[in-house]
Design a binder for this molecule. Sequence first.
Ligand SMILES: [Zn+2]
Length: 351
Amino acid sequence: MAQIDALSGRERPVADYLLSFAKTRGLSCHEDDAGSNGNAGNVIITHGDGGKTLFMSHMDTARSTASLKPVLLEDRITSDGQTVLGVDNRAGITILLTAIDKILEQNLNDVCFTVVFTICEESSLAGSNHLSIPANITQGYAFDSAYHPGTYIFKAPGAKYFNVEVQGKASHAGMAPEDGINALKIAAQAIVGLPLGRVDPESTMNIGPFSCTAATNVVPPRVSFSGEIRSATVSKVEEMDTSLQKHLAQSLTNTGATFSYKSDWDFHPYTIEPDAPLRLRLETAIRSVGLEPSGLHSFGGSDVNVLNGKGTPAINLGIGAQNPHSNDEFILIEDLINATKIAMELMQNEF
Ligand SMILES: [Zn+2]
């Protein structure tokens, strides 16, 4: 599974593998049209009437596994150190496919489930955003967290992307600098005044791309930069969004420059309360395989944010895919087995 190369937007080989997996087992499956900008859509496999629960993992890896040489050690699977192993998220796919096979082997024909394999989780969450959740589905479990099985994410932040363009005025930097309005200097002063990094215990702000293309002898007339704000609640993200705009307006007062500001949601925050049925059900499943449940907050966004944003409460489960996106990625065989057992418990025990 890990040796199939499929970066975000290039998931075709994994999608084909999954479609043929379902076909050879007589499971109903289809591919949706989420992949208009890539070469595959989301793959949806169902058993029985599809049940009420959606199980999920993603097909893309953040880095290529084309030259991966998997190494099977006594207690773990690693790469040879030259590439990623692809545990994020081929381990999740492996766990779900193995759980399906075990259920079919045991002739548990009355067990109903829906399993979704998404595209572009690592790049844009385009797959889960595009996904139309079947009407019978009331809850979801994703197998996509680096924590060990037993640990799960019940709370994750929301994030808004923003883009700022500062418009000044060009002039010759040597002959007439006084005639210019230096957009670069004005933008830099505005950025210095921003609380970049950890804003408070549950909020962060970051600027990534920054662009200015003036020649060295031209007072820069135009600058653009983009970033993100993320926090645990919708209202906090909105508050930060508003105060960022206010700060920019104040910084630019009396400079002669103007600015435009655009922001939009990348993903919404979610919190699954301790008494929520899907959280209680998960804790029961974790205990039934001999592990102790432990719920955590995450600072990352994932397909689970999108499911929750669409009104389907969902949780992200630890599968033990360690050191994600590095050449040191590995997974303990014990974790693969425990996560598979949890998946089987959840598939077999619906409300
Ligand atoms: Zn992942």
